[in-house]
Design a protein around this ligand. Structure first.
Ligand code: HEC
Length: 116
C-alpha cells in the first residue's frame, strides 16, 4: 500500500516547483516594495505619457526628481500617499489606474518613481 502514498508525493514534488516558477516576478501584496518591478510597470503604463529622466513635458510632466520636490504640479504634497492617489484616480488628462493595476503593482511603482 506504500506506493499509494508515493503518488501524491510525486505529484506534489512536480507541481510545487512549477507553481513557484510561475509566481516569480509577479507582485504580491505581502512582499516588500520592489523598484525593479515598478520600473516594468512604469514602462508598460506610464512611459507613454511621462519621461522618467527629465522634467520635460511629454503628454504629462516628466517625473524626474518628482518625489524630491515639495509638491506636485497640483500643489499636493509630494509623498507616497498622494502619489498613490494620483496613480489611482488619474487627473484631467491622465487615466486612473485603480482598476487596471494591483495594489502591489502600485506599491512597486511608487518605489520606482522615488528613484527618479
Ligand atoms: C495618457 C497619458 C498618461 C498616462 C498613461 C499616465 N499619465 Fe500621469 N499625467 C498625465 C497628465 C496629462 C498629467 C498632468 C495632470 C493632469 O492632466 O491630470 C499627469 C500627471 C501625473 C503626475 C503628477 C505630476 C506632477 O508633476 O504634478 C504623476 C505623479 C503621474 N502623472 C504619474 C503617472 C504614473 C505613475 C503613471 C503610470 C501608472 C501615469 N502617470 C500614467 C498623463 C498620463
Amino acid at each position: 500500500m506504500k506506493f499509494l502514498l508515493t503518488i501524491p508525493i510525486l505529484v506534489a514534488s512536480v507541481v510545487f516547483p512549477i507553481r513557484q516558477i510561475t509566481a516569480r516576478g509577479q507582485a504580491k501584496d505581502s512582499e516588500a516594495a520592489d523598484a525593479a518591478r515598478g520600473k516594468q510597470v512604469y514602462a508598460q503604463k506610464c512611459e507613454i505619457c511621462h519621461y522618467s529622466a527629465s522634467r520635460e513635458k511629454k503628454i504629462g510632466p516628466g517625473l524626474a526628481g518628482l518625489m524630491k520636490r515639495e509638491t506636485f504640479h497640483n500643489r499636493m504634497k509630494a509623498d507616497d500617499e498622494n502619489l498613490r492617489r494620483v496613480i489611482e484616480r488619474g487627473g484631467k488628462d491622465m487615466p486612473g489606474f485603480r482598476s487596471s493595476l494591483k495594489t502591489a503593482e502600485i506599491r512597486d511603482l511608487i518605489a520606482y518613481v522615488k528613484t527618479l
